[in-house]
Ligand binder design. Structure first.
Ligand code: F3S
Length: 389
């Protein structure tokens, strides 16, 4: 693998021990995947922020990195943490968890990483352009950046994204190369998709079929929220890092011999029935991936017309929450039994330790992870359904 002088100096330890370790990891990854060189990246997004997902070992590793002087050299930001930093007590987060969570955040801050705590950085001003190389680690954000924005990122792990943030480069392989971005699966959508939740259900179904292939859809005209839900669900039930929608995404690269999957009305109905327990939820959680201001507006309109029959969270980025409070949506949500939750989400907070057993979600990704990561039964449906069971 060819390294520039600057990269070689990092590898030789001239820029300090932390940068040397980070460059060693990147160079090893490059060798494994056959990269010929490194490519500069404009931003890095680090996952592995919640104490629930990384535990004591992850916390101690990050504290060691911070103590050894590791510092990021490009804009680098964080995925959701395990709690809302400002209202974790109101959320019912156990104090022991909060103490460990704050140690993790402190280690990240010492490394100069932005306290964004969101899986939708593209909704709060970090929106890479078409062809821009980045190193992101949140699976739903990767799918969105590659597909909807036309940026280029592999599915980074938390540590490799952190190394990219420290060194400002990533190995040039996989989805950074145009020739590797060709879809080999076409999806003909015959089902009539009526709601955001229908896109989540379709993503759940197609992700299982596609695995780590790149599906190319035709016959749909999703808006940005629906693209977000579709990509997130496929990245969770499968490992889809890139998808295309004919006439919607900036690129549509499909192999001539791509195999075809049909998504029918019956597939939609059966998928929704399979995911939904049919039970009344203890808590409804919306905003997976983190809600946009438009989604929050819509939720506020729905609950203002009719008060939900259970409590609910709307998970979002802090910046979006502040905007929602300014516009009065936060007040409406609170008056109708909900909370605008920032910095975290239903999956990476310790929901199972907070007494909840049945959780409602309109997102395919949340529906996939709530049973395995939070020991929850799932009530899956449109917001007009799950908020009023
Ligand atoms: Fe984001 Fe949590 Fe869903 S990180 S994509 S809201 S599982």
């Amino acid at each position: 693998m060819e390294l520039t002088d600057k990269e070689q100096r990092m590898l030789d330890g001239e820029s300090g021990e932390a940068k040397q370790t980070a460059m060693e990891i990147l160079a090893a990854l490059g060798r494994i995947y056959g990269a010929k060189k490194m490519i500069p990246v404009s931003s890095a997004q680090v996952a592995g922020v919640s104490y629930k997902t990384i535990g004591d070992a992850g916390m101690e590793y990050l504290e060691h990195m911070a103590a050894s002087g590791a510092k990021v050299s490009i804009p680098t930001f964080l995925n959701p943490a395990g709690m809302d930093i400002q209202q974790w007590k109101e959320m019912g987060i156990p104090a022991g968890f909060a103490v460990k969570q704050l140690r993790i955040l402190d280690a990240y801050h010492k490394m100069g990483i932005m306290a964004s705590y969101t899986c939708t950085p593209y909704l709060v001003g970090i929106r890479p352009g078409r062809g821009e190389h980045i190193a992101w680690a949140e699976s739903s954000a990767i799918a969105f950046a590659n597909s909807v924005l036309g940026a280029r990122t592999n599915r980074e792990g938390g540590p490799s994204a952190l190394c990219a943030g420290i060194c400002g480069v990533t190995p040039y392989y996989g989805l950074h190369l145009d020739e590797n971005r060709v879809a080999k699966v076409k999806v003909k959508v015959e089902a009539k998709l009526k709601s955001d939740n229908d896109y989540g259900a379709m993503g759940y179904f197609i992700g299982e079929k596609a695995g780590n292939e790149y599906p190319a859809f035709s016959g749909i005209k999703p808006d940005e929220t629906q693209l977000k839900l579709l990509g997130a669900a496929m990245a969770a039930s499968g490992a889809v890092p890139l998808f295309y929608v004919k006439g919607v995404t900036p690129e549509y690269l499909v192999s001539k011999d791509a195999k075809e999957i049909v998504f029918s009305e019956s597939d939609l109905k059966k998928t929704k029935e399979r995911i939904d327990s049919g039970e009344k939820p203890d808590l409804v959680t919306l905003g997976c991936p983190h809600a946009s201001i438009e989604e929050i507006k819509r939720i506020a309109e729905v609950v203002q017309k009719k008060k939900p029959t259970c409590g609910f969270w709307v998970c979002t980025a802090r910046k979006t929450k502040e905007e929602a409070e300014r516009r009065g949506y936060g007040k409406i949500i609170k008056e109708n039994g909900g909370i605008l939750v920032a910095d975290t989400c239903m999956v990476v907070c310790p929901l199972e330790e907070m007494g909840f057993k049945i959780t409602g979600a309109n997102s395919g990704k949340a529906a996939k992870y709530l049973p395995s990561m939070c020991k929850q039964k799932v009530a899956f449906g449109d917001i007009e359904d799950i908020l009023y069971r």
